[in-house]
Design a protein around this ligand. Structure first.
Ligand SMILES: C[S@@+](CC[C@H](N)C(=O)[O-])C[C@H]1O[C@@H](n2cnc3c(N)ncnc32)[C@H](O)[C@@H]1O
Length: 342
């Protein structure tokens, strides 16, 4: 029998890392096939799973064997498969599901963009426009509706998971209105409106995104009477008056878009208004591998970056905001409390 060293040698480690794309592709395939959803609580053969997901048994077995090497599914001694904590997160019905995040991080455009990372590092600019002849969000909404839907669902997953944390953290006592700029489908806004029953809310995002808001905000929804939905481009204009503005996971794109968005918020808000900027910080993250990878993906698609504390503070200060307290929302998110000067 081969002797296996418990710690892979550098060459072995590097060989495994070089094939990271195979792991990402395997996770994507499993998510698209719905294997985690098809696998129940009893050990199941690849043949049974193949019938359930309408695939060939032998290649499915190979896919599951690969994923099992990473702890995503596990193989029993008699060659059946069972769930692990990670594979359960690929189920759509898991309240903490990462199914759409895993699809989003491996969408077809990512496989076009990654090989050009050296180009992006040389130029400091996105490669997206060179590849597709238009900006990232324009491409998503005009040319890739399936990717746009995956993106919205991925954002919904992460927003739902963080909305409760944000609502719990933010004390909006004394405010009568709140606006979420680039608020996606409005999960953060809905959580805040549920916490404050007399608060009015505004959701601003791109037209195709706000066309499909959280059911609570839609016509007939429990919060609809207190919500105004504004389709728009926050880089052009923010025609919204509110006591509190939330800007969450927006300022990760190119500097000019960040500059214009902050400028528009400061221009729209009355003196003394609160602006809460919520971001993942690349210099304070419990998962540096995930955050730095996302930072590179942002370079590729929008010429953007995950911020450090200092880079975010300098952009907010440049826009004329008074930057106050920085608070931890959850292990991944930080909230910067700012005010528009009187
Ligand atoms: C990373 S998501 C964050 C969504 C939400 N704030 C959250 O944290 O869940 C970025 C959001 O910005 C929106 N967005 C992109 N370009 C925009 C623009 N020019 N004007 C307004 N919203 C925009 C996207 O549609 C998307 O909902």
């Amino acid at each position: 029998m081969t002797t296996v060293s418990p710690t892979p040698q550098p060459a072995m480690q590097l060989r495994e890392l070089i094939f990271g794309a195979a792991c990402a592709a395997a996770v994507r395939a499993a998510a698209r096939l719905g294997v985690a959803d098809a696998l129940g609580e009893r050990p199941t053969t690849a043949e049974e799973l193949a019938t359930a997901v309408r695939a060939e048994a032998r290649p499915l077995d190979r896919l599951l064997r690969t994923l099992s090497c990473y702890g995503i599914f596990a193989e029993t001694d008699d060659g059946k498969y069972v769930h692990t904590d990670m594979s359960r997160l690929l189920r759509e019905d898991n309240p903490h599901s990462l199914r759409y995040i895993s699809l989003w991080c491996t969408e077809p455009w990512t496989w076009d963009a990654w090989p050009r990372l050296d180009e992006a590092v040389r130029s400091g600019s996105n490669v997206f426009e060179g590849l597709y002849g238009k900006g990232f969000f324009q491409y998503l909404h005009q040319d890739a509706p399936e990717s746009a839907e995956v993106f919205d669902r991925a954002m919904t997953t992460s927003s739902k998971q963080s909305a409760q944390d944000i609502a719990q953290l933010l004390d909006l006592t004394g405010a009568s209105s709140v606006a979420d700029i680039g608020g996606g489908q409005g999960h953060v806004l809905a959580s805040l409106l549920e916490k404050y029953p007399s608060m009015q809310g505004t959701l601003l995002d791109l037209p195709t995104v706000v066309a499909n808001p959280d059911p609570r905000l839609r016509e007939g929804g429990a919060l609809a009477s207190r919500v105004r939905i504004v389709p728009g481009d926050c880089r052009q204009e923010i025609p919204v008056q509110a006591d509190v503005y939330i800007i969450k996971n927006i300022l990760e794109w190119d500097d000019e878009s960040t500059r214009r968005t902050l400028h528009n918020v400061v221009g729209a808000a009355r003196p003394g208004a609160r602006v809460v900027v919520i971001e993942n910080l690349v210099d304070d993250s419990p998962s540096m591998k995930f955050t730095t990878a996302m930072d590179l993906l942002l370079l590729l698609n929008v010429g953007g970056a995950k911020h450090t504390r200092a880079s975010l503070v300098s952009r907010m200060t440049d826009a004329g905001l008074k930057v106050g307290e920085l608070r931890v929302v959850n292990p991944y998110l930080h909230a910067f409390e700012c005010t528009v000067p009187e």
